[in-house]
Write a protein that binds this ligand. Sequence first.
Ligand code: GLV
Ligand code: MN
Ligand code: MN
Length: 405
Amino acid sequence: MQINYPRLLADLRQLATFGQVGTGVHRLSFTSEDREARHWLLQRMTEAGLDAQIDGIGNVYGQTKGVNKAVLIGSHTDSVPKGGWLDGAMGVLYGLELARARLEAGDLTDLGIDVISFADEEGTYRALAGSLSFCGHLSEADFAATTNQLGKTLHAVLLEAGYAGRPRVTLDPSRHVAYLEGHIEQGPRLEVEGKKIGVVTGIVGIRRLQVTCTGQADHAGTTPMHLRKDAGSALIKYCHDLIRRFEQIRGANSVWNFGQVMFEPGAGNVVPSAARVLIEFRDATEATIDRMQAEIQAAVTTADGQGGVNVQATELIRVSPAEMDANLAALIETAARARGASTLRMPSGAGHDAMVLSRHVSTAMLFIPSIGGRSHDIAEDTDEADICLGIEVLADTVRALNQKA
Ligand code: GLV
Ligand code: MN
Ligand code: MN
C-alpha cells in the first residue's frame, strides 16, 4: 500500500470548501453544505472502487467489494458552528486514502478496508447519532423524539435531506474485525510534550443537561425589583452556585462548560420570562460524573421557587466513558515507534464515534498534534507532515492486522 500524500491533502482541502468559513468550516449536520459534502464523499468512495451509499440517517459508508472481512476506518464530516477543517474530516479521509491505496496495490485477497463518515457526531440533533444508529442504538421512534435547538425533529430533517426511509447500515460482527479512527488531538498535550502520535487509552464520559428557569415577562423600567419574577437573574445566580459546587467536588481531570444561554423574549427592556443554559460536563470516571449531576440537581432544589421563579433540569446527553482495545492500541504504538515517531498514551477529553463502536468491536484511536491545541474553532490546524505521518502509522496498523488475519 502506497499512500498518495498530495491526493490525501488535496481531498482534505476540497472537503474543507463545503461550508468554508475563513480557514475553518461551518458544516452543521444535514444543512445543505453538510449534505453536499456527503454527496462529494459518496462520489469519492465510488471512484475509489468501494460499494458506497448514504444510508437512512446520513451515514456515508463505502464497503470493499469481494472480501468477507474488513477493518472499518472512519470518523465524521459534520462540524460544530465555525469549527475546524480537520475535526472528523481527517479520520474519514484517512480511511478513503487507505482503501484507495489498498486497491491500487492490487492485492485483493487480504483484509478489506471499509470507510465510514458517521452522521451528526457533533450533536446538532443527537450527539453520535450516526454511530449509535450503526451499532443498533437508535430507533425510528428516537428520530421523532430528537430535536435541534430550534425544535426541528431529526425525522423532519432526514425527510428534507431525502435520507428518511433508506436502509440503515449496521456493524457486521462477522465482517468488521476492528474499528480505527485517526483524529487530531484537539488539545495541547502532544505539542507541549513534544510527541507526534497519541495512542488513545480511553475516552471520557459526557453528560449534557439543560437547566430552565421560568418566571414572568414584565416591563423592565416600571416593575419594582421586589415584584419581579426574573428568570434571567435566577439563571445567572444558579450558574454561580453550580460553579462553586463543581469546584468543591471535581476530580483532577473533570471539566464543565456553560455552552449556550438563552433568555426569552430576549430584549433589554423586558424582564426575562424564561432562561435556559446548556451545561456539559465530562470525566473519565462515571462515579465523578454522577456526583457532578447530583450537584446540578441539588442546586436546582436550592434555586427552585426563589423570587417566584421555577427551576428544573433535563438530561439531554449521557455517554459513558469508554476504553480502547489494549491490543489494538499496542499495534498503533509499535507502528509509530517503528517509524521513529514519539508516542504518548493518553485519554481523550473529546467525544468520538469510537466510544460507541468500542462497546461492540475492537476499537482504537490515534491522535496527531493540534497546533496550539486549538480546535472547535476555525483556528484549528495541524502540520501537513503530521497528517502524513498519522496515515502512515494507521497504514502500518492495518498491515499488522493483515498479518494477524
Ligand atoms: C466532540 O467533538 C465533542 O467532544 O463534543
Ligand atoms: Mn468535534
Ligand atoms: Mn471529532
